[in-house]
Design a protein around this ligand. Sequence first.
Ligand code: AGP
Length: 612
Amino acid sequence: MCGIVGYTGTGEAGRVLVEGLKKLEYRGYDSAGVALHENGRLIVTKAAGSVADLEKMLNDQYQAVRVGIGHTRWATHGPPTDLNAHPHSSASGDIVVVHNGIIENHRSLRRKLGEEAGYKFRSETDSEVLAHLIEHCYDGDLLKAVRKAMSQVDGSYALVAACTREPDRLVCARKDSPLIIGLGAGENFVASDVPALLAHTRRACVMDDGEFASLTPGKVEVSGADGKLIKKDILEINWDIEAAEKGGYDHFMLKEIMEQPVAVRETLRQRIDSASGRVDLAEFDLPPEQLRTLEKIYIIACGTAYHAGLIGKMVIEKLAGIPVEVEVASEFRYRGPLFNTNQLAIVISQSGETADTLAGLRLARSKELPVLAITNVVGSSVSREADLVLYTWAGPEIAVASTKAYVTQLVALYLVAVYLGQTRNILDPGLAAGLVKGLLGLPGQLKEVLSDENIAKIRTYCNHLVNWDNAFFIGRSLDYPVAMEGALKLKEISYIHAEACAAGELKHGPLALIEEGAPVVVLATQKAVLEKTLSNVQVVNARGGAVFAITREDFDDVERQVDSIFYLPAVNDILAPVLSVVPTQLIAYYTAVARGCSVDKPRNLAKSVTVE
Ligand code: AGP
C-alpha cells in the first residue's frame, strides 16, 4: 500500500523522485522519504507527513545527485513515524531499501539477524529486516544479495535496493506488489505505477512475480530466481500526462466525476455491434457451450466494486438467467463456498491490486473455476492472474473515492449480462436491442446529468446536509445498491455517518432515527417499485425527515411528495443506476468540500488496499 520510485541516470535524482512520489501519493500518504547517492554514501531523508513536507526538507540541496530511491507510505507494521518511514538502511548504512508489501516471516528473520548476526533494529516495520538481510547476504554484487535474501522471505514485496559500493545501480524484486520499469535514454526508472513515469518516458515493462531487475543508466536486465535473463515485452504507454493530473479541477474526484461520459464511451467502444444489436465480448473467450451450461456465478469484490457487483447480480440474473452470488472478498474465502463444475467467478477491482479480491480470485482458480476479471489497470495483479480480462477503460483514477471506475464497472457488467443472455438464447431480442441502444446513449445522458444547473441544485442541497452528523440513503430493487454506494461515498469523504437502507426496511428499525430535518436521499428510478418507494417516503415525511429525491423526468408523481428533487433523463430501468449514482457522488463531493475535508485523500484510507 505504498508508492515506490527509483531513478538512475544523469538528471536530478532528488527532483525526479519527489515529482514521482507526488504522483503516487494515492497509494498511501502518511510518510515519505528518499535515499540519494552522494559522495559514496546513501543519504536518507524521511519523515512522517506528505511528499510536500519531504520536498521542503530536501530544499533543493541534492541537485547534483544522479541516483536514488523514494517511497511514500501507508502504515501497516508500526505507526506513521519518522523512524518507520522508508527508506530503511542496513546497520552499516551501505544498503538502503524501499518496500511495498508485507514480510510475513519478519519476526523470525529479525530474531535470526538479531541473535545470530547482532543486527540492531531501529524501526517497528517489517520492511527494515530486508535492509539488514540484504547486507547480510552481500558479497560484492547487489543483485545476487537481493536474490539470496528474497529466497528467505515469505510474503509480498515490491522492493528496490541501492548499495553505496555500486553507486549507479538499483536492484528490484517483485512478488504480489506492482513494479514497473520505465526505460529512458541514458536513464532508467522504476515505480509502483505509471503516473510516476509519464513525465519522463512512455516506454515501460511490467515486472512479474518472482522477477529481479538490475538498473543502471545505460542498461536494464530482468532475470528470474535462477539468474537466467528474461526478455520482457516493452509497452508503449499512450496515457496523456494530463489524464493523470487534475486538469483544472480543484480535486481529482471532481475531474473524475466529470470524465464519466468519456469513461463510459471508452468502455463501450468496440464491444457493441450496433447494426446487429449484439454485444461482442472477444475478451470473454469461453466456449459458447460452457456459457450455455453455466449454473452459477460468484462475483467477488470489495467496497465500491462490491456495490457494482450487487447490481451485476440483479442484471445477470434477469437477462441471462444464471443465479449469481455476490461476495465481499474478505469474507468469501473464509466461509467455505460450495464450488462445483459449471461455475464462473467474476472479480471486480479498479486497481487490480486489492489483496482480498486477489485472494478470492486465487481461491476460485484453485477450485478450477474460470475467472473473469473486470479491472481498470492493465498489467495489474488481478489482470495477470485471471483467465479472462475485461478492462474498464476509465483511465487512471487518482482520488481515493471511486467514481468513474464504478460506472465503468457497471457498464462492463451490463455488457457481460447482455452477452450471456444472447449467447444462451435467453434474452428477448427486443429487450436486447433496447438495452444496446440505451447503453450507447449513456455518455450523452451522463453529460446532461452533469449540467451546471444540476450541479447548482446539488450544492443547494449540500447546504442543508453539511450541518448534519447522520444521513440516510434509501431505495428498492436496483436503487438499493445505488443507495449503498451513495452512503459509502458520503461517509468516505465527508465523514458524515451515512446509512443505506432498503426502503422497505426503514420501518424495521432505522425509522427510529428519523427526526425533524433528518437528511434522507431517496433513489426512485425503478418503475415496478415506484409506488412502494413513495409510500416509504410518506413514512419519512410524517416524521419530519427532509427528503431529497433522485428520480426520472418521466416520473411526474414524485415532486409533490418530497422536499427537493433531482431529475435524471428518462432511461431504461435496468440502466438507471449508471445515471442515478452521479448525483450521489456530487452530494458527497460538495458536502466534503463545504466541510473542508481532504477530498482526494480522506483520512485513514488509501486508494489501493494491498493488505488483508
Ligand atoms: C471506493 O470509493 C473505495 N475507496 C473502496 O471501497 C474501493 O472501491 C475498494 O477498496 C476496492 O478497490 P478496488 O476496486 O481497487 O479493488
